[in-house]
Write a protein that binds this ligand. Structure first.
Ligand code: SAH
Ligand code: AVI
Length: 336
């Protein structure tokens, strides 16, 4: 057993449920997404496949880049407003979807002022969930950690029921909601709303529409970390599905689509290529210059957010932003 799993499985205050990689079809899901996505007229792979151990660590490096403003801006908003957010809700439990690293959870849990009874990190990355549990469990006395290693598009029914009679805060931070196209985004919000009781609250981080130059710089960093993160999906397909992509033969492309108000990340083939995906018995042709879309990252206005909330049966109850209005953290509840 790996040392991290051993640590988490032995600790009395930690429980980790693993719903990916346990034969429930998660590997099939990558296979299905690749088969579907690479045989379309415009090739596309959903961004959740970036986040194996290496991809998660590359994302953490992105968060520290000078050009990547969303993380430090959202952190500053939480530093200033976590006490007000927690006061407005009165929760004893934090459920964090797409939890990743622990910095933001810490800011929120600190504002619980010793009243945190349970933290539920939900992430496709098993490593991130286990690392978070180990990092936090001894810091918050009396708090239980119930990690869910799963896909929040499929496994939200595995989030444990709320602590009886108590309020919970369900968070989806980092702008991750923007990585889903508008229709999927609304169904995800609806699924998150289903986790809320009448007095519970949803906390959402969204990147805001702004000068395209600032946005494009954030996805085209000078050190090339985002490019490496983007190419990581090729490494994942090579390892998991026996594909033979040459990652060095794909250029990183990221641009702001001004009409749709979202960033698109793509990988552009430098030359004509035939790629084999052994496990799928699939051969994929790339023309020189052909692009594979790997991510969208939507940017929001308050109006767009309110419409999305309304479509998901939620209503905006609190709006927290930075002085430059680069990023917003919003509180929402079930519409009355
Ligand atoms: N919330 C953190 C991490 C954001 S990165 C922050 O604000 O910095 C996006 C995170 O969501 C990653 O940890 C990734 O593994 C996770 N993720 C992406 N798609 C997911 C999905 N469909 N289900 C569960 N987790 C997902
Ligand atoms: C996780 N997500 C909100 C990030 C974003 O900005 O859309 C992922 C990312 N992609 C490139 N850089 C960071």
């Amino acid at each position: 057993m790996n040392p991290l799993a051993e640590l988490t499985d032995r600790h009395p205050d930690i429980r980790i449920d693993v719903h990916v990689g346990d034969g429930d079809g998660a590997e099939r899901r990558l296979a299905d997404d690749v088969l579907d996505g690479l045989t379309r007229p415009f090739k596309e792979i959903p961004p959740k496949h970036f986040y194996d151990s290496r991809g998660s660590k590359l994302f953490e490096r992105i968060c520290e880049l000078p050009e990547y403003y969303p993380t430090r801006t959202e952190m500053a908003i939480l530093e200033a407003s976590a006490p007000a957010i927690v006061d407005a809700v009165g929760p004893v439990e934090l459920v964090e979807l797409g939890s990743g690293a622990t910095a933001k959870a810490r800011l929120l849990l600190d504002a619980f002022n010793g009243g945190a009874r349970r933290y539920v990190p939900v992430d496709v990355s098993e490593r991130m969930v286990r690392e978070a549990a180990v990092a936090l469990v001894d810091e918050y006395e009396g708090m239980e950690i119930h990690g869910v290693v799963g896909d929040f598009q499929r496994h939200l029914d595995r989030v444990p029921p709320p602590v009886a009679g108590e309020r919970r805060l369900v968070a989806l931070l980092g702008g991750t909601i923007g990585n889903f196209p508008p229709g999927t985004r609304r169904s995800l919000l609806r699924d998150a709303a289903a986790l809320l009781g009448p007095d519970d609250a949803f906390l959402l981080g969204t990147d805001l529409v702004k000068d395209p130059a600032i946005i494009e710089a954030a996805y085209n960093d000078a050190q090339g970390v985002t490019a490496e993160f983007n190419r990581n999906v090729l490494h994942v397909m090579n390892r998991e599905l026996g594909a033979d992509f040459d990652p060095d033969a794909f250029d990183h492309v990221a641009f702001f689509d001004r009409r749709r108000e979202w960033v698109e990340m793509r990988l552009r083939a430098q030359r004509p290529m035939t790629v084999r995906v052994a496990d799928l018995d699939l051969q994929v042709e790339f023309a020189a210059g052909e692009e594979l879309r790997t991510e969208i990252s939507a940017k929001f206005t308050r109006e767009r957010l309110e419409r999305d909330y309304a479509a998901a049966g939620l209503e905006l109850r609190g709006w927290y932003t930075d002085p430059q209005e680069l990023f917003a953290v919003t509180l929402a509840g079930r519409a009355r």
